[in-house]
Design a binder for this molecule. Structure first.
Ligand SMILES: [Zn+2]
Ligand SMILES: [Zn+2]
Length: 213
């Protein structure tokens, strides 16, 4: 069975998540944006073997700890985001400086992701959906097994991701949400990049940006 724990990191309280197999303790971390001591502390407390880094998109609060974490753990594979976020990866050092984050380094994904790909953790498979709009290379990770989706800054409880950044696109974001997230089912719980969890069904009823009309 897959389990997960969300750890808010950075001054932006970004929801970094650890996902693991409760038998083998094999784990992946989604969006290690910073505060690596907090993340590695949880890995140790939970007795996990961290094997992979999964990136939803390359904004500074989600990805600025990636290079350091991969290096500290002896070259962990970095999986994602979609190649359209290359310019955000290249901009990480400048963004970290601009927002007062600790210095961040550019990283090189071991594997880029595309819509329809899968990622595996031990015996478990998660589906990858490309959800552009907030950033052009944003991906989300969906586990049908536990009915959870890790959606980064695509969708929040009661809100949606910003689209006023370079290459942001509001229409693309709405299409990503309605065509690629809603089919995961109303009872699927999503873990957003910031703030509390919700379900797609609740957002379809009450989220003013994307509710069903
Ligand atoms: Zn973002
Ligand atoms: Zn964010």
């Amino acid at each position: 069975m897959l389990q997960y724990q969300t750890i808010p990191v950075t001054p932006f309280q970004q929801n970094c998540s650890l996902i693991w197999d409760d038998q083998t303790r094999q784990a992946a971390v989604v969006d290690p944006g910073g505060d690596l001591d907090l993340i590695l502390g949880a890995v140790k407390t939970l007795g996990l073997q961290l094997e992979q880094i999964w990136i939803t998109h390359a904004h500074v609060d989600h990805a600025s700890g990636t290079a350091d974490l991969a290096e500290q753990l002896g070259g962990l594979p970095i999986i994602g985001p979609h190649p359209a976020d290359q310019f955000w990866i290249d901009g990480l050092p400048a963004a970290a400086a601009a927002y007062g984050f600790p210095p961040a380094r550019v990283f090189k994904p071991t594997r880029w992701l595309a819509d329809g790909d899968t990622v595996t953790l031990g015996a478990h498979t998660l589906q990858v959906r490309h959800c552009p709009g907030h950033t052009p290379g944003h991906v989300v990770f969906y586990s049908p097994e536990i009915k959870r989706a890790f959606v980064g800054d695509v969708l929040f409880a009661g809100s949606i991701g910003r689209t006023d950044f370079p290459q942001g696109n509001h229409d693309d974001l709405i299409a990503s949400i309605t065509q690629r997230l809603w089919p995961m089912g109303n009872d699927t719980v999503f873990i957003p990049g910031h703030g509390p969890e919700s379900t797609f069904g609740r957002e379809r009823q009450s989220n003013p940006y994307v509710r069903d009309v």
